[in-house]
Write a protein that binds this ligand. Structure first.
Ligand code: BG6
Length: 465
């Protein structure tokens, strides 16, 4: 019998599957890479047949796929997608799932947990009833756990069933083209690598601003909030790439890069002046969102001032902010260099991660003409503007699914990174709440609470947009 590779998604009727995973599989299908993940089993509680599910999924794929939608390409993808109804919290249901896998001739597995972390443990318990499951790979969505203690327990549970090197903890920011590019821009260019330190840089601002609110994810988000949803994972990953020492290779990520990232996360300084180091906010109208508590104090915005206790970054602030329902969508790393003289403006390097991918550099020139004045030259390289580039650049999930099949673990978060980030995020949140600092309200469409501007003003800086 021909035993097949089977890619199973738990949480197949959720937002992540519709918006990210199925469109990624479609793109892989168009670029002839979909076969690498094998047949796709979608697990959900709703009462659909495979045929009904494929019809529903079609609209999402059409809307969210990176590559142009055609019926022919979708039908090719859909032919390999099967819906299986089950309650994945019911251990008894896994015996039947095992029979279904038998019918599908499935033996080698990749399981994708596209569900809230509180369900991970019961899925693992259930999978003990599925033959060969423990030899498979598992992809876990972030956040990994809900705090350090839960993350540790979860890790133990996962490692007691799956082989540690078969556990892939996804952080989709690591699959973004410009996040991977940070390392190359830094280390392959002596004009930057030679001045990448506190001696030459005034501050670094990392922003992940979103226009959308919590939309259909209120139930998950209200238990999470911006610190756990974005800072603990995506933003700390970026911070650690921006601040790490040079790993051996200029471009390829690997063990060495991972070690350097850990060193950064372990050197995060825990501030004494918490009120000047962290601002949490909530957009007006958040409490009226579906599945959000009416007295919720969950933050939909977080801004931080952090320092690293190491020689390279001594006394230089990293400003980090993220939020929902803001004026526009923008993810960027802005490096503000020290000025050459008091009346001269800073050089600014902006690594633009999304929606536009590119690099902006601002530097000083003589103003053309007779006057003896200095002006700013602004060079803006747009990497994503050309259609060819868009066609060639895989979207993050597409890239990471392929990396999982190939066993390229360095594209994923490693356990000790997660542990170091949780340690910091748990403690700083605790200090904020112990001091009873407010969760500031802000207007949808704004740049977040004024308190976040004031935090920078107090430090003699301001957010650059
Ligand atoms: C997810 C968060 O990990 O990242 C979401 O859970 C957030 O709340 C999303 O909206 C942002 O991802 P992207 O790729 O749109 O920047």
């Amino acid at each position: 019998m021909n035993k097949k590779l089977t890619f199973t998604i738990f949480g197949g009727t959720g937002d992540l599957t519709f918006r990210k995973l199925l469109p990624a599989l479609y793109n892989m299908s168009v670029t002839s890479k979909r076969e690498s993940v094998g047949q796709v089993i979608i697990i959900g509680r709703r009462d659909y047949t495979s045929e009904q599910y494929r019809v529903i999924a079609r609209d999402w794929v059409e809307k969210f796929a990176r590559l142009p939608y055609t019926e022919k390409d979708y039908d090719r993808l859909a032919a390999g997608v099967f819906y299986y109804k089950m309650d994945f919290t019911d251990e008894k249901a896994y015996t039947q799932l095992n029979e279904f896998y038998e019918e599908m001739e499935a033996e080698s597995h990749i399981f994708y947990f596209a569900v809230a972390p509180r369900f991970f443990s019961s899925i693992v318990t259930g999978l003990a009833h599925v033959e060969h499951a423990c030899h498979g790979k598992v992809v876990l969505e972030k956040p990994f756990g809900e705090n350090l203690t839960a993350a540790k327990e979860l890790n133990e549970k996962m490692e007691s069933f799956f082989r540690p090197d078969n556990i892939y903890r996804i952080d989709h920011y690591l699959g973004k083209e410009m996040v991977r590019n940070i390392q190359t821009i830094r280390f392959a260019n002596p004009i930057f690598s030679g001045v990448w330190d506190a001696e030459h840089i005034d501050c670094i601002q990392i922003s992940a601003l979103e226009e959308v609110g919590v939309e259909t994810r209120g139930g998950y988000y209200d238990h999470s909030g911006a610190m756990k949803d974005m800072v603990q994972n995506h933003l700390f990953q970026i911070l650690s790439i921006v601040a790490m020492e040079q790993p051996g290779d200029l471009m390829l990520a690997g063990e060495e890069m991972h070690r350097e990232q850990i060193r950064v996360l372990s050197s995060l300084n825990m501030p004494e002046d918490i009120e000047d180091s962290l601002v949490l906010g909530q957009y007006r109208g958040y409490r009226e969102e579906k599945a959000v508590a009416e007295d919720s104090l969950t933050e939909s915005y977080a801004a931080m001032k952090v320092f690293l206790d190491n020689d390279r970054w001594k006394d230089m602030p990293f400003y980090i902010r993220t939020g929902k329902k803001l004026g526009h969508r923008e993810m960027q790393v802005l490096v503000v260099f020290k000025t050459a003289a008091p009346h001269v403006q800073s050089n600014i390097l902006n690594i633009k991660i999304q929606p536009t991918e590119g690099v902006y550099l601002q530097f000083n020139i003589k103003k053309p003409g007779e006057e003896d004045e200095i002006a700013q030259a602004k060079m803006d390289f747009c990497q994503s503007c050309s259609f060819i580039n868009q066609m060639n650049t895989p979207e993050a999930y597409e890239r990471l699914l392929g990396a999982c099949v190939r066993g390229e673990r360095f594209w994923f978060s490693q356990w000790d990174q997660i542990e170091a980030s949780w340690k910091y995020v748990d403690e700083i949140r605790k200090r904020y709440h112990d001091k009873k600092l407010p969760v500031y309200a802000y207007e949808p469409g704004s740049y977040g609470p004024h308190a976040a501007d004031k935090m920078l003003e107090k430090a003699g800086d301001h957010w650059l947009d």
